[in-house]
Design a protein around this ligand. Structure first.
Ligand code: KIV
Ligand code: NA
Length: 264
């Protein structure tokens, strides 16, 4: 059965936690759907995790479409949210609507995610009325890395007021879900308690309506960086290395391929 916005709000209303995984490819998306993850985010973190770049800033609309299509092939029934990359929605409302529309029409996403608050409110309002559900993203927003000045918690002390204001503005504009990244637990709790929307936390404590992690973080394939909020459920990098070493050894020793692995 297809997961829809209604499915997600029904879970929220019943007090059931919502699960989200950020991933970029067919095979991992298929695994997410098989185990009943509620929604899949095609995150622009793919710029770092998949492409190996230093930030998410260079990711393009074309790349997001490419990955969203791959994820959709693996997860036909899932609710898929596509991240809008940096500068694909900031230049003008018209250009933004066109780009968001492409993620839905060509990529096969059900919704788009945009970083920011007040500065995107007009766009959010228009998208929702057009029929494109919008997910917001507050707290630490990686596309603003240069103005925030590196990776840090956002929303302590006076910054909390700004976050609260942006949260309200996003909800009023019609965002149905808001990702809260790297913010104090108490702030995320307060936002969640009075929320009309669904809050999804990542480094925002346990009180959000749901939680998101990046697939390659949770399976332990990402080794060089491990933010405080990542829980590794598997050490797959180690397992992959072992498999590769065995393959190398078997080829070099001549034991691969065997007769059964060859055509007579
Ligand atoms: O790009 C991404 O994967 C994200 C999540 C971590 C929220 O934005
Ligand atoms: Na992102």
């Amino acid at each position: 059965m297809k997961t829809t916005i209604r499915t997600l709000f029904n879970k929220k209303e019943k007090g059931q936690k919502i699960t989200m995984i950020s991933t970029y490819d067919y095979l991992s998306a298929k695994l997410c759907e098989q185990v009943g993850i509620d929604c899949i985010l095609v995150g622009d973190s793919l710029g770092m995790v998949f492409q190996g770049k230093d930030s998410t800033l260079e990711v393009t609309v074309e790349e997001m479409i490419y990955h969203t299509k791959a994820v959709r092939r693996g997860a036909k029934e899932s609710f898929i949210i596509a991240d809008m990359p940096f500068m694909s929605y900031q230049v003008s409302v018209e250009k933004a609507i066109e780009n968001c529309g492409r993620l839905i029409k060509e990529g096969g996403a059900n919704a788009v995610k945009l970083e920011g608050g007040e500065e995107i409110a007009d766009l959010v309002y228009k998208l929702v009325r057009i029929g494109i559900p919008v997910v917001g993203h507050l707290g630490f927003t990686p596309q603003k890395i240069n103005t925030i000045g590196g990776y840090r918690v956002v929303g302590r002390e006076e910054e909390a007021e700004r976050v609260k204001k942006d949260f309200k503005i996003l909800e009023e504009a019609g965002a149905f879900m808001i990702v809260l990244e790297a913010m104090p637990t108490e702030l995320a709790k307060e936002l969640t308690e009075s929320a009309r929307s669904i809050t999804i936390g990542i480094g925002a404590g346990p009180y959000c309506h749901g939680q998101v992690l990046v697939f390659y973080d949770l399976v332990g394939l990402v080794e060089d960086i491990k933010p405080k909020f990542v829980r590794r459920y598997l050490n797959s990098a180690e397992l992959f290395r072992k498999a590769l070493e065995e393959f190398k050894r078997d080829v070099e020793s001549g034991s691969f391929p065997s007769e059964e692995e060859s055509y007579g």
